[in-house]
Design a protein around this ligand. Structure first.
Ligand code: ATP
Ligand code: MG
Length: 651
């Protein structure tokens, strides 16, 4: 945002949904929790820490004597993998399924907690045989297969911080991450299955290890997944099935300090150079475990939980691996894409495993809207009881579609706001407590302090917009940017004294509930008004012909910036000459004439990061007739050519 003008509050959304009474009556967390945390915030988190099993229980809760460097539970000691695996086996739940794995070709594997324990121990012993010691970094570059989860837990078990790199990233991206984290071992696979065929991974590792800065990698541990031809370096490469399989299935977990580094994860790069976000052990696990229990109301004996994210993103770390497993959940792990071999694959999986809790992203929901309502309608989705969303603001219409077409118009939808940096969910409704509002993340969780401020750091009144800030440290907060304390301070803690600057725009409604309005960098300035891209996009998506929209502000001689919209139509809608006028009029009616896009361009695809987020900065380049900026984190760079070819040279 570039002026003192606060963010205009344009969108009106009056639909409300009370929690189902049965769910509310049996909910893991009730309204009480807000009161408890309100009176004694640190006591509340200390109590949540006791949901974990510690070798040495912490006495200290928060050390904030050297802000912005926090220590949580610093005198406690615990082992991450023990908390996620062994303790469930010791409690007599070894036969419970931990992971229902579904490969893209249809192969399956069922892994109980007892089996998971053996697999993690073997992998831990294998890493030790490769010379990995506590504190050494291990890079993980794997498809969505059980070995990804096993590898992460094995690293955590021996105190070797992992750096998971999304399997879709290039050799260059992998190389910079290996170098930045100074990794000694890389765990990868010959390939994984994507879109119906094997897709190689090992060649990218080989290539990355020719780059300067990666010389310290001693070994590459390779899972055989696809069986495809794989180049081999006898001195360096080791097959998983040879090394791991012959290891002992027992390993005594050692306890580490609560502040022992757990992992480094590079942010997805929507806005610029990726940052190596460092998370540590005790506080992180406290919050991911508690939030998974609270936000998804997990009943480990009966629920089947499925988070569709990739383990390469923070959502995969916190809500496929550490949160659910620490709570003893039974979960689905799916390798492939949602439309292989058909566009109903996800719903087939929900039906097959009787999934009760589904956690996915707005991009996936909007894609399903585009494909059509008839596809999920063919499957029995009646097992579902809670739906979650994360990654971008969810447009109210996509929220309603999700609830109606996937959730039988009865399941609560929880829109969860958080970031790689926050480690765990921060702002969200609670399914048994909150009366939900489509498109709003609503309320900071118990023990979390968030608000919206203006340029001068003053809290904005209800009904106004500004910058989202977190006003108190939280257990799963990032501890620093790996190797760059100064950048950590400058990026997050310098914009507003003593407060964490999230980089997102937000508004408070009349009830004080929080609505996320997209990244501050994306906010448009039109005729002196700050307008959020999210609100204009949501207005477009509320038109029955539009499935997805991306809006940017392009420099304009008269208005400062002019709103330029790119839209994807729903399956049944066709592009006719009146469409653009119809959509412009629709936005004017929903938000007012100030928000009416100057140009609207129907397109087949939008540029997205590999985690599915719209990359508006590239669209801004197109709208302003500039050469495209960095496209390396884009899923498919041909999308941009397609869009540019549709564009008559900009006005
Ligand atoms: P980079 O920081 O490298 O640009 P990134 O911000 O996309 O990448 P993540 O940490 O994966 O990386 O994403 C966090 C961001 O995603 C948030 O700051 C916010 O912009 C957006 N986001 C996540 N969940 C929500 C949500 N429920 N509502 C609105 N926005 C969300
Ligand atoms: Mg970010």
């Amino acid at each position: 945002m570039s002026t003192n003008e606060s963010l205009a509050n344009l969108l009106k959304e009056d639909r409300r949904f009370a929690p189902p009474s049965e769910l509310a009556a049996a909910a893991n967390v009730t309204a009480n929790a807000y009161e408890q945390a309100g009176t004694d915030r640190l006591g509340f988190w200390a109590a949540q820490a006791r949901r974990l099993t510690w070798e040495t229980e912490p006495i200290e809760t928060l050390d904030w004597s050297n802000p912005p460097f926090a220590k949580w539970f610093a005198d406690g000691r615990l082992n991450m993998a023990y908390n996620c695996v062994d303790r469930h086996v010791e409690a007599g739940n070894g036969d419970r399924v931990a992971i229902h794995f579904e490969g893209e070709p249809g192969d399956t594997r069922t892994i109980t907690y007892a089996e998971l324990q053996r697999e993690v121990c073997k992998a831990a012993n294998a890493l030790i045989e490769l010379g990995v010691r506590t504190g050494d970094r291990v890079a993980i570059y794997l498809p969505m297969i059980p070995e990804a989860v096993i590898s992460m837990l094995a690293c955590a078990r021996i105190g070797a911080p992992h750096s998971v790199v999304f399997g879709g990233f290039s050799a260059d991206a992998l190389a910079t991450r290996i170098e930045d984290a100074d990794a000694r071992v890389v765990i990868t696979a010959d390939g994984g299955f994507r879109r119906g065929k094997p897709s190689a991974l090992k060649p990218a590792v080989d290539e990355s290890l020719t780059r300067p800065g990666t010389e310290k990698v001693r070994n590459v541990l390779v899972v055989r997944r696809t069986g495809q031809e794989t180049a081999w370096n006898d001195e360096r490469d080791v097959w998983w099935h040879e090394l791991v399989e012959r290891q002992s299935a027992s390993h005594v977990p050692e306890a580490f300090d609560a502040e022992h580094p757990l992992y480094i994860l590079y942010t997805s790069g929507t806005t610029g150079k990726p940052k190596g976000i460092l998370h540590t052990t005790g506080g992180y696990l406290t919050q991911v475990s508690y939030t998974h229990h609270a936000v998804f109301d997990l009943k480990p004996e009966t629920d089947v939980y499925w988070c569709t994210a990739d383990v390469g993103w923070v959502t995969g770390h916190s809500y496929i691996v550490y949160g659910p497993l620490s709570n003893g959940a039974t979960e689905v792990l799916y390798e492939g894409t949602p439309d292989t071999p058909h566009q109903g694959r996800w719903w087939e999986i929900v039906q097959k495993y009787r999934v009760t809790i589904l956690y996915t992203a707005p991009t996936a929901i909007r894609t399903c809207m585009k494909w059509g309502d008839d596809i999920p309608a063919k499957f029995d989705l009646s097992s579902l009881r809670i739906l979650g969303s994360v990654g971008e603001p969810i447009n109210p219409e996509a929220w309603i579609w999700y609830r109606k077409n996937i959730g039988a118009d009865t399941t609560p939808v929880v829109d969860t706001w958080w970031q790689t940096e926050t480690g765990a969910i921060m702002i969200t409704p609670l399914p048994g407590v909150t009366e939900t509002k489509p498109g709003s993340a609503q309320t900071p969780l118990p023990g979390i302090c968030a608000t919206v401020v203006d340029d001068e750091a003053n809290e904005v009144p209800n009904g106004s917009g500004g910058y989202l800030v977190l006003t108190e440290p939280w257990p799963s907060m990032l501890r620093t940017i790996w190797g760059d304390d100064q950048r950590y301070h400058d990026t997050y803690w310098s914009r507003f004294e003593g407060r964490y600057f999230a980089g997102d725009g937000a508004k408070k409604d009349e009830d004080g509930d929080i609505w996320l309005l997209g990244r501050v960098d994306d906010v448009m300035l039109v005729s002196g008004h700050n307008i959020s891209t999210t609100e204009v996009e949501s207005a477009l998506v509320s038109h029955p012909k539009v499935a997805e929209a991306a809006v940017v502000g392009a420099t304009d001689a008269t208005t400062g910036q002019a709103i330029c919209a790119f839209v994807i139509l729903r399956g049944s809608a066709s592009e006719d000459e009146h469409l653009v006028e119809e959509l412009r009029a629709h936005v004017a009616k929903e938000l007012g004439p100030i928000a009416k896009p100057k140009r609207i361009l129907p397109v087949a695809e939008l540029p997205k990061t590999r985690s599915g987020k719209i990359m508006r900065r590239l669209l801004r380049d197109v709208a302003e007739n500039r050469a495209l900026g960095d496209v390396t984190t884009l899923t498919d760079s041909s999308v941009m050519e397609l869009i540019q070819s549709k564009l008559p040279t900009a006005a």
